[in-house]
Design a protein around this ligand. Structure first.
Ligand code: PGA
Length: 250
């Protein structure tokens, strides 16, 4: 049975005390369930304190990015080894904001994934189509190429440390969301792509989570679909009450 996973991606939000307060509120109200992973992703500078705040819980803390090199003269960057040294175990790679604003292409994303996996970090690989691709109905090709160009180079055993996050760009931070049926349709497609390349066992084990304007009102329906294993939540993860409701929908 696949784990259910909810990730709160806080992006560039929350100062030190806001980060602490949000973690405390989530900690207080969360009900632990078997096979449920709750992962919070604060900014880099709050990762270590977030790890300390959650030591006595099942809540996990993940990073929003890493640099593809292991060390060196890369001013302002953070390496896999640095993250590991403070106890981070998971990292988000390929978020559409990184692709768009920081020009991270598939070559860079492949390098980041290799570096993360080589250093024993689990990855959450994000991908998804733009609105025009959905409208023109060529989103399957886009999603296929985002998987093929990056994940097909991996070794099958790497998939023990891979979470896939399908995030249609048109739904991120827009209030628009894929319907539950649209989410299931593309998640089923993604699982099939993984199956054709890596076999049934890996495809059945790999979690595929959905991201894009998940809220308490739509989480239930989206999470009820058989190939949707949870969600990557941005805006709604900044409010403890909403985030807890979303977690409880799984
Ligand atoms: P959103 O963000 O929930 O605010 O749409 C999702 C994401 O960027 O991962």
């Amino acid at each position: 049975m696949r784990n259910k996973i909810v990730v709160g991606n806080w992006k560039m939000n929350n100062d030190k005390s806001q980060t602490k307060d949000l973690i405390l509120s989530i900690k207080k109200s969360i009900q632990q369930k078997d096979n449920l992973r709750v992962i919070l992703s604060p900014s880099f500078i709050h990762l270590e304190s977030a790890i300390s705040e959650t030591l006595d819980t099942n809540i996990e803390i993940c990073a929003q990015n890493i640099h593809q090199k292991e060390f060196g003269a890369y001013t302002g960057e953070t390496s896999a080894l640095m993250l590991k040294s403070i106890g981070v175990k998971t990292v988000i790679i390929g978020h559409s904001e990184r692709r768009e604003y920081f020009k991270e292409n598939e070559q860079i994303l492949s390098e980041k994934i290799n570096t993360a996996l080589k250093n024993g970090l689990e990855i959450i690989y994000c991908f998804g189509e733009q609105y025009k691709d959905r409208k023109n109905k060529n989103y399957h090709q886009i999603v296929l190429s985002q998987i093929k160009n990056v994940l097909f180079k991996l070794d099958p055993k790497d998939f023990e440390n891979v979470i896939l996050a399908y995030e249609p760009i048109w739904a991120i931070g827009t209030g628009e969301t894929a319907s539950a049926d649209e989410a299931q349709e593309i998640h089923g497609f993604i699982r099939n792509v993984i199956k054709e390349k890596f076999g049934n066992e890996i495809s059945e084990k790999t979690p595929i989570i959905y991201g894009g304007s998940i809220k308490p009102v739509n989480a239930d329906k989206i999470f009820s679909k058989k190939d949707v294993d949870g969600g990557l939540v941005g805006g709604a993860s900044l409010k403890a009450d909403d985030f807890i409701k979303i977690i409880n929908s799984l």
